[in-house]
Design a protein around this ligand. Sequence first.
Ligand SMILES: C[S@@+](CC[C@H](N)C(=O)[O-])C[C@H]1O[C@@H](n2cnc3c(N)ncnc32)[C@H](O)[C@@H]1O
Length: 340
Amino acid sequence: MASLDSSRIFQTGFGFWQSKVLLTAVELELFTKLGSQSMTGESLGKMLDLHPRGIWDFFDTLVALGFLNRDGNGPTALYSNTDETAHFLDKNKPSYIGGILEMANDRLYRFWNDLGIALKTGKPQNEIKHSQKSMFEVLYEDISRLEQFMGAMRGISFGNFEAFAQKFDFSGYKTLCDVGGATGLLSSIVAEQHKHLECTSFDLPIVEPIARKWIAKAGLSDRINIVSGDFLKEPLPRADIITMGNILHDWNLEKKKHLIRSAYEALSENGVFIVIENIIDDDRRTNAFGLMMSLHMLIEFGDAFDFTGADFWEWCTEAGFKRYEVVHLVGPCSAAIAYK
Ligand SMILES: C[S@@+](CC[C@H](N)C(=O)[O-])C[C@H]1O[C@@H](n2cnc3c(N)ncnc32)[C@H](O)[C@@H]1O
């Protein structure tokens, strides 16, 4: 018994402390406002309009967690961004991924407080708890929430889409349609790196102006078509490659199978269907983030869930696909690829 160690239990049990420190730093735009400067704790606290009581504990916790550098000790010490926070958490940089953390702080943190209720009832615990509407309907009623969600998706997907653009062999294909393309991020990254491809980003009509804005900002308006529609009601645009990033996990089994069938029908002969998500390992033992994402789908939608590569392949075989593989992208995320 002497060799047993309780530290992992404590670390996880109090994980919300670290989480809230980082999320609050993002909320306060600490990393953005600090930018490339080095500042004393007092100046940094003043810049963020913080009460003096908490500043040293807050900044030094961020140092201890590896999210700030500190040169020296005591009141004259200088705080600065680490290489990672400067790159990923400064809003003024295109590499900013904090959108997902902004949404985690603003929405998800509160909803996860009701995980126990979700587990007892099987019902969602987000904004739709008190309404009969779907999550997307509620989220999209308010333009600032829609923009926040779109920014969040960019944050969580950026690294995975970059890895996908580098790892997949696009040479035998001419057209790509990204279904549920949101801001057009996947199409933008792929179009930038694979000049021969004609890309289409497909999403709901309400998302179109946001996609147009982001695609124009990337200077790719002449390379990417934007098509609006409802993927549950309409056929998908025809293409050699159909991608779906974090789409299938938003839906129950019946709708997942509908989307897979629609992709099959829209693909050209020898086309390929690619799903980019936190694909759970087939034994459901190791991809903890993918498993928690599935719990998160319970919280957001109720009957929606994440899945393993084997689950995906079973559904794709039913739809008629011939062959499949799973290609690891970044961290918990993979591309599950089904060939027609
Ligand atoms: C979880 S987000 C994924 C965004 C992006 N693919 C990514 O991975 O970053 C789901 C996307 O599906 C879109 N969507 C939801 N319901 C839809 C529908 N019925 N038809 C078309 N798009 C829909 C949403 O607007 C949203 O952009």
